[in-house]
Write a protein that binds this ligand. Structure first.
Ligand SMILES: [Mg+2]
Length: 175
């Protein structure tokens, strides 16, 4: 091997290393300066007559990126939206859930037995009535076949176990 050919091999090796580093650098594909540097190194390799087949060239990486299937821009549900009957039932269920929330927070703020001025019922009674409204809507949703009683039971049993595990306050037990 002549001195010239050894130097040529070293130059190719050096350029290929640089090319590899640029192709795998953070800015590749986004940074115009890095892209220019890649193309310049590829030009220098071509000038030397180095075979590029074993390198992932810029052109090849662009072609691969263009043919790669892209993620859909938005999610499209495979299911149709609920009909008017179901929507009305669930909307009312949501409203009643919100009313349970409201009565619950009032009870927490003003007391279990407090009667709000202008009202006849205690906060506990009013909360219970809203829970009744909510239970009524659950029954209606069950009757309409929107939800399933077995699934409700799964949640009901799970809630008992979780609440017992995580509750921070327990009623005092008198011996
Ligand atoms: Mg209500």
């Amino acid at each position: 091997m002549t001195v010239a050919s050894v130097e040529r091999e070293r130059a190719i090796e050096r350029l290929r290393t640089k090319h590899h580093q640029l192709m795998h650098s953070f800015g590749f594909g986004k940074d115009g300066a890095v892209r220019e540097a890649v193309l310049e190194v590829e030009g220098q390799l071509a000038d030397i007559g180095a075979p590029m087949a074993e390198c992932e060239t810029y052109a090849a990486s662009v072609a691969a990126a263009l043919t790669k299937p892209t993620q859909p821009a938005r999610f499209v549900s495979p299911c149709p939206p609920p009909g008017a009957v179901e929507t009305e039932i669930i909307t009312t269920l949501i409203e009643e859930a919100a009313e349970v929330i409201q009565r619950g927070t009032k009870l927490n703020r003003f007391g279990i037995e407090e009667v709000q001025p202008g009202q006849d019922l205690t906060n506990a009674q009013r909360l219970a009535h809203e829970i009744g409204d909510f239970l009524g809507m659950i029954e209606i949703a069950l009757k309409a076949g929107i939800i399933d009683n077995n699934e409700i039971e799964v949640g009901r049993v799970r809630k008992h176990a979780r609440f017992e595990k995580y509750r921070q306050h327990r009623p005092e037990v008198t011996p």
